[in-house]
Structure formats: structure tokens, C-alpha cells
Ligand binder design. Sequence first.
Ligand code: KIV
Ligand code: NA
Length: 269
Amino acid sequence: LPHVTTRRLQDMKASGEKIAMLTAYDYTTARILDRAGVDVILVGDSASNVFAGNNTTLPITIDEMIYHARAVVRGVQAETSRAMVVIDMPFMSYQLSSEEALRNAGKIMKENECDAVKMEGGRVIADTVRRITDVGIPVMGHLGLIPQSIYKFGSYKVRAREEEEADALLEDAKMLEEAGAFAIVLEKIPASLAARVTESVSVPTIGIGAGGACDGQVLVINDMLGLNTEFHPRFVRRYADLDGVMSDAVSRYVGDVRNSAFPSEEESY
Ligand code: KIV
Ligand code: NA
């Protein structure tokens, strides 16, 4: 199978083939996702929450993102690998100036051999997106609920329910497309608005809590595997109960060690 490229994603939108995207933060998970046929692996700054245990995505640093990215990229380097790897640019690595953003995007691309970067926001970052894509670095946009701005919004509620905010989001999507973004994540917005955006831009939209009309879907791997038992918004479909599987395995191991049932003679030298 060919490696998934920005061109391939464009073709998928044109032919109505849905794009399957998931997050990963480590080598082992990335390998599993790639082999299972995931088209795009996002090294999300959600690593700040689900990997590092922070309350928001704000604390994660560019060096920490690069560390995760390197592990993920190594997971998709087999001859048969095909997933595209996109790295989230962390909070304050691209907001200061287009110059600074380009320097950091370049650093991320150089140190990881990844395929693209992702940044949050619309018109505010349009010039920056243009600057970065102009030098050949593909940029994925992210609109709607943008977690790096959580302190401005003050809640994780659905975004753009009102007409004014919806129109502004549609305009933002067009500006990102215009600026050269190759795809746009739409997070937690009404399905009808996501459908409107998807029809109005030529680049693929990838939804999370944005309904079925998007050109693709993305979920945080920990959420869809059931590793996050405290977090269950309606948009997360749980495909496994890994919390249960891991808890059971670990408590059986602890029991076996305590009553000397592990290791056995066959497990010894
Ligand atoms: O960081 C992340 O996991 C994301 C996805 C939810 C799109 O940005
Ligand atoms: Na993110």
C-alpha cells in the first residue's frame, strides 16, 4: 500500500473514502495503529492530558512533543507502513510570530521525519499557516473546540451553536484552506455546521464530535480503547475496555507474586 500523503487525503475526499485518524504517543501503539490500517496518526498535544496527567494541553513543551513524535515515527517505519504522521504544535510554539512558528515547525519536521504539523485556530494563524506551507511544510488546521484556548472559553461545551459563531467558523475554515492548510480538524461543533464546512472547502475535514458528514474521523486513542474511565462525552465510542483488561491482568500478577504462583519452574532457568 502507498504511504498516505496530503495528495492521497485530497483524493479520498474527492472519492468519498473516509479518513480514519487516531492519536498515538509511543512506538508500540503507533505500530499497532499503522498495521490496523489507520490513515493518519496524530501525535496530539492531548499527550499532556492522557500521557502526562496534566489537566490541560497547555503545559506540554516542544521538546516533549518531539520525544513522543520520534517514538511514533519509529513505529511506522516498516516497509509495509502507510500511516501519515502529524505532530501537534504545542501551546506558544506558533502564536508569538510567524517567524517563531516557522522555526518551530521546521525543528519538529527536521528532528522527526514526520509528515505534517497541526495548529489550532483560524484567521488568527492564517498568515502563519501561509508562511509555513510556503516553505513546504504541510499544515493541518483545527477549529471549533480548541483546547489550547480553554481558559478563554472556560468550558468544554459544544462550540458554534449560534449563527454568528458558526458563520465565523466557516469563514475561518475558508481562510485556512486559502492559507494552504491540507486538512482541517473540526472539534465538538454541531453536525450540521460540520457538514456545511465540509461542503464549502476543498480540503478534507476530520471530525471529533462533529458528526458523520466530515471527510474523516479522529479520536484520542486512550478514550476509544477505554483507558480513560472518567471521560465519556457522547462523541467517544468505546471499542475496548483496556482499563478492565489491564487492571485484571495486573491484579492477577500481584496475586500470583504474593502467593508464589509466579514464576513457575518452566518460567525459570
Ligand atoms: O491533541 C489531540 O488529541 C487532538 C485531537 C483531539 C484532534 O488535537
Ligand atoms: Na491537540
